[in-house]
Design a protein around this ligand. Structure first.
Ligand SMILES: [Zn+2]
Length: 219
């Protein structure tokens, strides 16, 4: 399209910083297209799409939950992206989340369904356990290790996430909580150990789809 080409040519002449959108999705896109290639992101950007087919896919895993209903809905209480109803055997996922966020939310709720309800006093610990399992299952350790150190710097430090953290979320296909939990876990785990855990989770997903939910998770 001629108009687009003309715009791009014009924008080449402007200083990069002046053309950078200051926030939001446009900023993340800009980082991926321009900024990231300049500061060590090119390797992660190159391998992430090539490895995507290897990754655990919660949408495929729904098959293993034959007695459960998963519904994507616009109506959830404020502050909730997903909910798991053990009595109704139903999972609700909030509509309109970006794909990387939704992948994390659905994986989280499927893990609740898989593990079952816990007594009231154990709910906080269960929530932390599910967040960690979600991270181990979803974050590809090879892509994570290819990110430049600054790409997950704030997630590791536990402070507010930066725009580059959001770009990392997009590349890894996970939400911010999952990235932060994973970064904390990876401080104590070697690259080969992380690959073994990730492989085990992927294979368990395949097995469960073949054999139903009879097998219980022992990650
Ligand atoms: Zn939860």
């Amino acid at each position: 399209m001629t108009a687009t080409l003309a715009n791009e040519n014009a924008s080449q002449a402007a200083p990069l910083a002046a053309r950078a959108p200051s926030r939001g999705a446009a900023r993340v896109d800009w980082l991926r297209r321009v900024g990231t290639a300049q500061n060590g992101w090119s390797r992660a950007m190159e391998i992430a799409p090539r490895r995507r087919h290897l990754a655990y896919d919660p949408w495929e895993d729904i098959e293993a939950f034959a007695e459960w209903e998963v519904s994507v809905t616009g109506r959830l209480p404020d502050g909730y992206l997903g909910l798991c109803g053990f009595g109704a055997r139903k999972i609700w996922i909030k509509a309109g989340q970006p794909e990387w966020q939704m992948r994390s939310t659905l994986t989280h709720e499927l893990l609740h369904a898989e593990r079952g309800p816990v007594p009231a006093g154990q709910q906080k610990a269960e929530e932390r356990a599910v967040e960690l399992l979600t991270a181990k299952r979803l974050v590809d350790p090879v892509v994570y290790d290819a990110l430049p150190a600054g790409g997950v710097g704030r997630a590791i430090a536990g402070t507010a996430l930066s725009t580059s953290d959001l770009a990392a979320c997009r590349l890894l296909g996970v939400d911010k909580t999952t990235l932060r939990v994973y970064a904390g876990w990876r401080r104590r785990v070697t690259a080969s150990g992380a690959v073994r855990v990730w492989d085990r989770h992927r294979m368990m997903g395949d097995e469960r789809r073949r054999g139903g939910l009879g097998r219980h998770e022992r990650p």
